[in-house]
Design a protein around this ligand. Sequence first.
Ligand code: ZN
Length: 204
Amino acid sequence: MSYKYKNEKIVYKRLKQYPDLYNYSRFQSAKRITASVIWYGFWFFTYYIYFFSSQKRLIVEKPVSLVLVSISIVVILMPFNIFKVHKIITDRSYDGIIKDVKQKYKIKVLVPGGSYLSNLKEQECLSIITEDDLGKLHDYIYWEKDDINNQAYFKKGAKVTHYKEFKYLHNIDREEGEQLCVVCGQFVINDRDTCARCKHSFIK
Ligand SMILES: [Zn+2]
């Protein structure tokens, strides 16, 4: 594993105290790579069969060729969109501070059932903006009700750590006894060692 920043290595190594979390992080990265390899492999195989087994030429008529180009773009970009494969390189562990906690309202989310226009309603989300040790800003957006309700746990100016591949921030400046699972976001007020929901370790 390569590190882009010197602090990143130190921060990430802290996770080694919690083997389950350390393995979880590595497993997530491995999953992204595997899913992308399978995806590209499948399409390579499909194109290979199409172009070689059927003896067809690569040069096809114009309208078809446009379709082919469109499909190819979707095929190439899909792992970046769905599997977030670029996170393997761009996501990094850091110690930072919370710059802002905002409740955002995203308008016009279509709710299934009923007529079209009457079901366009506002959907709220929680946005936590952090600043890492290099002064770069990161925006974490949460849509689930439980996450939005937990916003009081994250206060402006609090020290936090983001560990690579984890959805939730580790809050260093939390109140005594408070815990938030970095894997599933379960919030508890007691001093447990592991999360009751996902069984992963709580970071001390
Ligand atoms: Zn959990």
